[in-house]
Write a protein that binds this ligand. Structure first.
Ligand code: ASP
Length: 318
């Protein structure tokens, strides 16, 4: 039997409601997700690695202004973009992460450089920026990252304390209502049977004090292990960190023998709910099964596999 291949991607979770969408915006999200999905899938189809497939898919989403990663990232309290990203190779359990990075055009490429060309796993702030320069990564001026949509979202809350870590649940609800999330993620299984996962984000609007979410934290927002699955998360990062959400799916599969879908349901619909953790995750297992699970109103998501299945969705399925 031929080794199956699969790719699944997300463009963030949150209060994504059909009633808030225009036909144009829906079309723009669809085309952004579809291009990234096909790019990643064509790499897998041509015998490329899952690492290259997730890098390519994420790079396209980072370059797309609608998603909160790379270009179009959200504004911090200080009115700049500080980006986080991670990538993990399920074959070797090697990983690379970066946090609080500015002006790097493709943060996922910097995470990849950390994984492949440093002795480290996680670099942050100025040091990570210095490493980007050393590795010759493409930098862009602040204006490149600007989007009116994210600026307007920030303007509404920049004078408040909403999003700080001492917010009330009311604040979180408000933040979710305004659908501030738009992180991107990709997980793939290649013809060699290797799984890779990657996540990239601008984090949460109005974040301060160098706040870092779950996305670049290995085991929280991103995880891959050939034995079990690859996972990329999106949502309110703090509960995902406390739940060690991505690794938890792997652990339930490894130690309890759960299927990918059941393990993801357990973490998203029970563990995260108990921590008031709103959001979702995507995953691929070693057999090429994919799952896209969320407890928020919606999640931008898409999948494609060698069985000929292809899906794209934004909202809860009826
Ligand atoms: N999880 C990300 C964070 O907390 C946000 C997102 O998924 O959009 O930084």
């Amino acid at each position: 039997m031929q080794q199956p291949i699969s790719i699944v991607i997300h463009g963030g979770a949150g209060t994504i409601l059909k009633s808030d969408m225009t036909v144009e915006l829906e079309a723009a999200y669809s085309s952004g997700l579809e291009s990234a999905l096909s790019k990643g899938y064509s790499i897998l189809e041509n015998g490329g690695t899952s690492i290259d497939a997730v890098r390519a898919a994420i790079t396209m989403l980072e370059d797309h202004i609608l998603f909160n990663a790379g270009r179009g990232s959200v504004f911090t309290k200080k009115g700049v973009q500080e980006m986080d990203a991670a990538i993990m190779d399920g074959a070797t359990l090697k990983a690379g992460s970066i946090a609080g990075v500015r002006n790097v055009r493709n943060p996922i490429e910097l995470a990849y450089e950390v994984m492949t060309n440093s002795n480290h796993v996680f670099l942050s702030g100025k040091g990570a920026n210095d490493f980007a320069i050393k590795r010759g990564l493409k930098l862009e001026p602040d204006e490149y990252f600007f989007s009116q949509f994210r600026y307007d979202q920030w303007k509404e809350i920049r004078d408040s304390d909403t999003y700080s870590l001492d917010h009330t649940h009311q604040d979180i609800a408000e933040l979710m209502k305004d659908k501030k999330f738009g992180t991107v993620g990709a997980v793939a299984l290649d013809k060699q049977g290797n799984i890779a996962a990657a996540t990239s984000t601008g984090g949460m609007t109005n974040k301060k004090y160098g706040r870092i979410g779950d996305s670049p934290i290995i085991g929280a927002g991103t995880y891959a292990n050939n034995k079990t699955c690859g996972i990329s998360c999106t949502g309110h990062g703090e509960p995902f960190i406390r739940a060690v959400a991505a690794h938890d799916v792997n652990a339930i599969m490894e130690y309890k023998g759960y299927s990918l879908q059941d393990a993801m349901n357990e973490v998203v619909h029970h563990k995260l709910i108990n921590l008031k953790g709103e959001g979702g995750m995507i995953g691929v297992d070693a057999a090429g099964n994919t799952a896209m699970v969320f407890n928020s109103a919606g999640m931008y998501r898409a999948m494609k596999n060698s069985k000929g299945e292809q899906k794209i969705g934004f909202y809860k399925e009826a």
